[in-house]
Design a protein around this ligand. Structure first.
Ligand code: FRU
Length: 488
């Protein structure tokens, strides 16, 4: 694997030409996606600033232009009218001030009330001193309706001295009943426990003050850092979503970074999130992190969620090609039986180009729908011509366990995180909907009961599938939907 010097990682991008050669190389990759947002060059990680506004969805991502490395981060902007087709708009937030000298880190968006269609972006200015000490600032940028940006000269606030240097990922919330703005931030206590800290103000851009640490009874010792926290209200229930780090969880192999949620009630008076149940993983696959719900969606019964199809401290085969990462498909979130259910959006049917005969050949880009009449099921995707190898999806009805095993694929990566992911589903397996792009697979179980999202890098020989019982399968080829053009 390539070693990067600090200078290379944190180099400032001055012109598009500096990455034109890189760009020419990476578009040749067999693993470029066709209906998922991916980096124009270099590395993509978290989704940021996801918001619906004036007929358009805005979605940004953490972007390092230079290669598959977590170096200097920019916010890269994409838009969509329908959450299916997306366009590249170019860089939106540049790390060009003292406050964000080593990166414009993750954050969220809010529609400025009573103004001319402005979107306010809240992000972490990742400042490093000469000696590499980190200082996180909560900063803002206004994106106006003509696409012009205006960065505030001063941050809203700096870090709280009561916590370690790990304080980041502001999620801006307006709580109507209190007529107040809140910002929740992922943090680490001085005894190295993950937590959330809360700021409040009556005004969007002024008078922010530290309100306190969020108490989550039962979760005082749950990983050493909570990244990308958010508190959503879906169908009248509060949901705390966050990414606890350095933690082992059952049925998650050796994975140590997770993205999940707790249902409960948020008591803003006392800053307590009262859990109603345990921590649930959002996505049971290998590669899903830093999920963000869209702001301003005007429907209190559901949320729209998108995540980074990747993990921190992980390496992927395209790192060698100098690019890495993509986002998941946006999903509809609802609450059912005290769980979040995640469905592919209805509008994704627009991607279908043509239904094909299920001969056992697997198109590189397709959707599969499987109806299971009952009983056990085994499906292997990306098998060799003789049916060997592949990614195995296995369901046993006696214990309602569904598992995914990518150990049979030729291209292995992150093996130390474990080859198998498992989940016990509430109802017998009746339905699978699977979206396959050139280097990813998203498996939706029973119309939202569970989803398994994973990067896969099939070789030219891994082109088949094998379905083992009398389940029925339908396959559609899909149209490209995310314009992969070179906009910087
Ligand atoms: C999560 C994260 C965030 C941070 C960003 C930097 O993946 O580490 O906490 O803001 O990525 O790119």
């Amino acid at each position: 694997m390539r070693e990067w010097t600090k200078e290379e990682k944190y180099r400032v991008l001055k012109t598009k030409e500096e990455i034109a050669g890189l760009r020419e190389r990476i578009v040749e990759s067999d693993y470029r996606q066709t209906f998922h947002i991916q980096p124009t060059t270099g590395l993509l990680n978290d989704p940021n600033g996801f918001v619906w506004h004036d007929g358009l969805w805005h979605l940004f991502y953490q972007w390092c232009p230079w290669g598959a490395v977590h170096g200097l981060k920019y916010w890269y902007h994409t838009t969509s009218k329908n959450l299916v087709t997306w366009e590249n708009k170019g860089v939106c937030i540049r790390p060009d001030t003292e406050y964000d000298n080593k990166g414009a880190y993750s954050g969220s968006a809010f529609i400025v009330p009573n103004k001319n269609g402005d979107i306010a972006l809240f992000y972490t200015g990742n400042h490093r001193e000469e000696d590499w000490t980190r200082i996180s600032y909560t900063c803002t940028v206004i994106l106006d309706k003509d696409g012009k940006t205006n960065k505030a000269e001063k941050p809203l606030f700096g870090p709280s001295p009561e916590f370690t240097e790990h304080q980041r990922d502001p999620k801006i919330l307006y709580i109507k009943e209190r007529n107040k703005y809140y910002i929740v931030i992922g943090a680490q206590t001085k005894n190295k426990k993950g937590t959330v800290i809360v700021y409040e103000s009556d005004k969007l851009f002024e008078e922010w003050k530290f309100a306190g640490e969020l108490k989550v009874p039962g979760f005082e010792d749950f990983g050493d850092m909570w990244e990308c926290p958010s508190i959503e209200n879906i169908g009248g229930k509060d949901v705390l979503i966050f990414c606890p780090q350095h933690l082992n969880l059952p049925r998650r192999g050796n994975a140590i970074h997770h993205n999940g949620y707790i249902l409960g009630t948020m008591d803003w008076d006392n800053l307590v999130f009262i859990p109603d149940g345990s921590f649930h993983v959002l996505d049971f696959g290998y590669d899903s992190y830093a999920a963000e719900c869209a702001a301003n969606i005007q429907d209190s019964d559901k949320a729209v969620l998108v995540a980074w199809m990747g993990l921190p401290d992980s390496a992927y085969p395209t790192d060698e090609e100098d690019w890495s990462g993509c986002l998941t498909l946006p999903r509809e979130l609802k609450i059912r039986n005290r769980r979040l259910i995640q469905k592919p959006l209805d509008c994704l049917v627009e991607l279908r180009e043509q239904e094909i005969e299920p001969t056992g050949e697997l198109p590189r880009v397709c959707e599969m729908e499987i109806e299971n009449p009952g009983g056990d099921l085994e499906l292997k995707l990306f098998t060799k011509a003789d049916g060997s190898g592949g990614l195995t999806i296995k369901y046993t009805d006696s214990d309602k366990m569904i598992s995914v095993n990518r150990g049979g694929l030729d291209n292995q990566f992150n093996e130390e995180q474990g080859q198998i992911r498992e989940h016990l589903i509430d109802f017998s397996l009746s339905h699978l909907r699977i979206y396959i792009d050139r280097s990813s697979v998203e498996i939706f179980v029973n119309n939202g009961d569970a989803v398994f999202t994973s990067r896969v890098f099939p070789t030219k020989e891994e082109i088949g599938f094998v379905l083992s019982n009398n389940a029925t399968v339908k396959i559609w080829k899909l149209k490209p939907a995310v314009k992969d053009d070179f906009v910087v």
